[in-house]
Design a protein around this ligand. Structure first.
Ligand code: FAD
Ligand code: 2HG
Ligand code: ZN
Length: 472
């Protein structure tokens, strides 16, 4: 029996039709757990509206009947933000039928897309008109623009283009009372007071439903050079960024750091990946340079930078990709880490950032503390080192019991977040808080900032119906 009033269900059906509702327990399953199966909930109903007006009508009904809503896009988030709670009383509002590309304006260099559009589809639509939409991440084949906006997603090109916040000019949002805010402006300058779109970007569905966005386009890239580089230490990686950036400026688009254990996991679990080097090394970086000019001398620039670094002992080996297949193979090694770690049992994810200059000391002191206190844990450290963003994940000791390891989750987290705080970092660089880090944020975030966030939440969503139990 449904936890929802019959009248509510009838009215929802009048808005979205049977095609826009998932009531059947079996068909509902994919909306109730996340990609890793780390979070699971129950829902009274999944609603899939096909237009902004339908979203607004659904939200108005939820407001009227006081029913909590959980917005969901591609369900690839890593903090359980899109998963309902266990009560079975919440409604999942999936944006996956709103996939339209509303407008491409090549003179204004913008693309206007609906929230359910898959990121890769947006990248392809930009490429069709000779432009680049630069947000790029491992889940781009299934995550949605709405989810990217709601989590302020980062990824592998932030170094050059910024995160989703930097790539957005305008938003359309359905507010918790069902009003539609049309902020779909393609303006690069607009100082008429508070910039409201930034309230919704990164709000993880707790302030409203994002239904469409105006995004920035960039010139298409016509030359790319990709290198896989071995280094003796994380400190060498931080020094190498400075060298490459000094030489190549904005042509440096990717600089991804990986520990040997991260690479080992990929070699073990992700098919068709092979180590570019015969010897093993403690650290690797994947470097990408790009340019809008065809035949830009990127190989020469990178060879010059790496040659100098080799002489100074900062680099121990390097290989430049010589075909598109090799470029894809190198990126597959990097993008495969997340999946590979799933095969090694439970993993505790810590998506932290510290100032780039502090990364070596953070790794050294935190590794030491963890290994002293939790014998045998496997630290899988990798990430977007040019942004100061480390995925400092921890896998259980080989052969140990899953439950015993999970019982240490809070103690392990405390060591890592205490170090993050000491280095004046953030406990969530790009994945958000969701339900995973809500309690930690209460502990580690500035109380005044939390109070301001609560005041905004109460003003916009006084009944607390938008994604309750997430973020705050
Ligand atoms: P969902 O998971 O469906 O939702 C995420 C949050 O946004 C939830 O709180 C949900 O309620 C809210 N939400 C979704 N749609 C809307 C909407 N329209 N309006 C309001 N709220 C909404 N993230 C990065 O930042 N960088 C990476 O490099 C990266 N790599 C990844 C690699 C892999 C293999 C995987 C599985 C994930 C990765 N992620 C990364 C995390 C994830 O892909 C991103 O957070 C992505 O932006 C989520 O999009 P989604 O559509 O799947 O959102
Ligand atoms: C990445 O950079 C993603 O690969 C996922 O942000 C990180 O799985 C993770 O911890
Ligand atoms: Zn990442």
């Amino acid at each position: 029996m449904s936890a929802l009033p019959d009248d509510f269900i009838r009215e929802i059906e009048a808005v979205v039709g049977a095609v826009g509702m998932v009531c059947d327990a079996e068909r509902m399953q994919s909306y109730l757990s996340d990609w890793r199966n780390a979070y699971r909930g129950e829902a009274a109903l999944v609603v899939r509206p096909a237009s902004t007006e339908e979203v607004a009508a659904v939200v108005r009904l939820c407001n009227q009947y006081e029913i909590a809503l959980v917005p969901q896009g591609g369900n690839t988030g890593l903090c359980g933000g899109s998963i309902p709670d266990a009560s079975g009383t919440q409604v999942v509002l999936s944006l996956t039928r709103m996939t339209g590309i509303r407008e491409v304006d090549t003179e204004n260099e913008t693309i206007t897309v609906e929230a359910g559009a898959i990121l890769q589809t947006v990248q392809e639509a930009a490429a069709e008109v000779g432009r680049l939409f630069p947000l790029s991440l491992g889940a781009e084949g299934s995550c949605t623009v709405g989810g990217n906006l709601a989590t302020n997603a980062g990824g592998t090109a932030v170094l050059r283009y910024g995160n989703m916040r930097d790539l957005t000019l305008g938003l359309e949002v359905v507010l918790p009372d069902g009003q539609i805010w049309n902020g779909l402006r393609g303006l690069r300058k607009d100082n008429t007071g508070y910039d409201l779109k930034h309230l919704f970007i990164g709000s993880e569905g707790t302030l409203g439903i994002i239904t469409a966005a105006v995004l920035k386009l960039y010139p298409a890239v016509r030359s790319v050079t990709t290198a896989w580089v071995a280094l003796p230490s994380a400190h060498a990686a931080v020094q190498l960024i400075g060298i490459i950036r000094g030489l190549c400026g904005d042509r440096l688009t990717g600089f991804e750091l990986m520990s040997r254990l991260s690479v080992d996991f990929v070699l073990r679990h992700v098919g068709a990946c092979s180590d570019p080097f015969t010897e093993t090394h403690p650290w690797y970086v994947l470097i990408e340079l790009s340019d809008t000019q065809p035949d830009a001398p990127l190989n020469e620039l990178l060879e010059q930078g790496l040659g100098g670094a080799l002489e100074r002992g900062l680099v121990t080996d390097a290989v430049l990709a010589s075909s598109e297949a090799q470029v894809a193979a190198l990126w597959a090694m990097r993008e495969g880490i997340s999946e590979a770690q799933n095969h090694e049992g439970p993993s505790l994810k810590h998506d932290i950032s510290v100032p780039v200059s502090c990364i070596p000391a953070f790794i050294q002191t935190t590794d030491q503390r963890l290994l002293d206190q939790f014998a045998g844990v496997r630290i899988v450290a990798y990430g977007h080192v040019g942004d100061g963003n480390l995925h400092y994940n921890v896998s259980k000791p080989v052969g140990s019991d899953d439950t015993a390891f999970k019982a240490q989750q809070d103690a392990i987290m405390h060591v890592i977040y205490e170090a993050t705080t000491r280095f004046q970092g953030s406990i969530s660089a790009e994945h958000g808080l969701g339900q995973a880090k809500r309690a930690a944020a209460k502990h580690y975030k500035d109380p005044l900032e939390l109070a301001l966030m609560r005041a905004i939440k109460t003003t916009l969503d006084p009944k607390g119906l938008m994604n309750p139990g997430k973020v705050l």
